[in-house]
Write a protein that binds this ligand. Structure first.
Ligand SMILES: O=C(O)[C@H](O)[C@@H](O)[C@H](O)[C@H](O)COP(=O)(O)O
Length: 266
């Protein structure tokens, strides 16, 4: 059984006893948000990330979700992407396509991946331009308090260093407040060239889910979620603080093992 609860102002924590249980809960959560968004806005604009996230979303390709979800209304984006060809093994687009998008009836023209033929800087500019067009036509909603896009859902993984999207600890890109999409050429995790949503965009979303499993994430989650004083002011995962949106953490027992008052003993 999953344990769920609010954790101070750091959002809702859903800790699962098994990966299978986490996968089911994650698929339910995404399917519910899709239904709600399609009912309210007629579309569902969702941003994906790379890493284990796509595999953990795998139940969406199975019954009942493959039939019950209104896939034709989905618009797909990436919260971050490695600047490599779309068929490259490092591509988050390829990961998402192979693991999810090719298995459900999503409209190909609704899948917005980066231009992989240009530099990282140009790819970030191009991606922001595409998002601006879709904000204009309200495929993507707009924040009431900033001019930022308001994605219905942004799905993030988290690295053991506390990075989310391609926002790495102590990187100057954490201070980027003007652009919606920016680029880095010095990622500490290869490959070095990436584009990424900026924090204002992540924090303008209606819903943000961080999915983190395994003991290697435990310390970063403690710093990202618990009251730790001034120790982790620039940990990217801690800087995920949706202004008007809802933040949910999908964790397994190992990842949550260092949280204050860990709800499961190992
Ligand atoms: O672009 C990347 O290098 C990855 O996408 C990365 O950001 C990933 O999302 C996290 O490191 C969590 O990865 P895992 O969930 O696989 O641990």
């Amino acid at each position: 059984m999953a344990l769920s609860g609010d954790h101070n102002d750091r959002g809702e924590l859903r800790t699962h006893e098994s990966l299978d249980e986490l996968k089911t809960d994650l698929a339910d959560y995404i399917a519910d948000l899709s239904e709600m968004s399609v009912k309210e806005r007629g579309v569902f604009a969702v941003a994906l990330s790379g890493g284990s996230l796509i595999g953990l979303m795998g139940k969406l390709c199975e019954a009942p979700y493959n039939k019950t979800v209104d896939w034709a209304k989905w618009y797909i984006f990436w919260a971050d992407e490695r600047v490599v060809g779309k068929s490259h093994a490092d591509s988050n687009y390829k990961l998402g396509k192979d693991g999810l998008l090719s298995k459900v009836p999503i409209v190909p023209s609704h899948v917005h991946s980066i231009n992989d033929l240009v530099s990282a800087e140009q790819a970030a500019d191009d991606y922001e331009f595409v998002i601006r067009q879709l904000v204009r036509t309200r495929v993507i909603s707009v924040s009431e308090i900033s001019d930022c896009p308001k994605f219905d859902l942004i799905l993030l993984g988290m690295g053991p260093d506390g990075h989310v999207a391609s926002l790495f600890p102590n990187h100057s890109v954490l201070g980027e407040n003007d652009e919606w999409v920016t680029f880095i050429t010095d990622s500490p995790k290869p490959p070095p060239e990436r584009i990424t949503f900026t924090l204002p965009v992540i924090n303008s979303a209606s819903h943000v889910a961080v999915v983190a499993t395994g003991v290697s994430k435990a310390e970063a989650l403690h710093l990202a979620i618990d009251d730790v004083g001034p120790d982790s002011p620039s940990l990217p995962a801690r800087m995920v603080q949706p202004t008007n949106g809802k933040l949910v953490w999908f964790l397994d027992k190992a990842a949550s093992s260092k949280l204050d008052g860990a709800q499961f003993s190992n």
